[in-house]
Design a protein around this ligand. Sequence first.
Ligand code: G
Ligand code: G
Ligand code: NA
Length: 256
Amino acid sequence: LALNVRLHQAITNDELDVHYQPIVDLKTGQIVAAEALMRWTDRELGFISPAEFIPLAEKNGLIHRLGDIVLQQACRQAAQWQALAPLAIAINFSSVQFRQCEQLQQRVLQVLAEVGLPPDRLEMEVTESIFIEQDTCLINTLNHLKSVGVQLSIDDFGTGYSALSYLQRFSFSKLKIDRSFIQGMTNNVADRSLVNAMLAMAKSLDLKVVAEGIEEQPQADYLNLLGCEYGQGYLFSRPLSAAEFTQLLQSQTLQI
Ligand code: G
Ligand code: G
Ligand code: NA
């Protein structure tokens, strides 16, 4: 069967799952957020990476349904976690999802209300590429969601389209530095300079920074020293199932 037929079946048969990766405060080590990451294991093909099926879903339009599944599942989970910690849920949104911007806006508000998650506990992660097209509907949607308290983050910062003017026009709350810079940082002077520059720029724009792909303690120490607030990566935890993440949260809560 072709992959897009399988993906269609996976949606119908409820075979998609969401995993969660902690985002931690680099100063205290506390988990402040969870990034929702979609997972698909096909019965015959086994694990299929989102790096493979998300682009496919963007092409064939299934991304709208996939996005809705993640939105519902992750927000419901995050609402439950509020009893353990005041955690935010970071969800990735494809630029294609914003082509149905009115429906998207409506669904986000509807899901938040349904599951009882305060809007400021949702962080929508978007990449720079959504700003390539100057679309009024997109801009209105982002502004409206922002006005009700939803947080906006820029994902994979530094890797894509980079006309920085969009940073001024929207009040983003977080900037996520792409892991390629973080991984090069410890032995590449150019990468280290870029990370420094991104942190300085973020500070002047009053944006908090998440460093992605932290794998080693020296990276975390150095980023903390430079004033980077948050970190994410295998050093802290790989993406976990909902049950595993709940256990991690419980053990953290007990330590306080
Ligand atoms: O989860 P990693 O584990 O392999 O994810 C690979 C890529 O797929 C990343 O760029 C990630 O942002 C993207 N991705 C994972 N889950 C989602 C999702 O729910 N929606 C969108 N749009 N992208 C996702
Ligand atoms: O930013 P984006 O949504 O593209 O990032 C999520 C992707 O990064 C997922 O594929 C996730 O599994 C991966 N990831 C998370 N932490 C690390 C890490 O420490 N190292 C590497 N190589 N990948 C990571
Ligand atoms: Na992301």
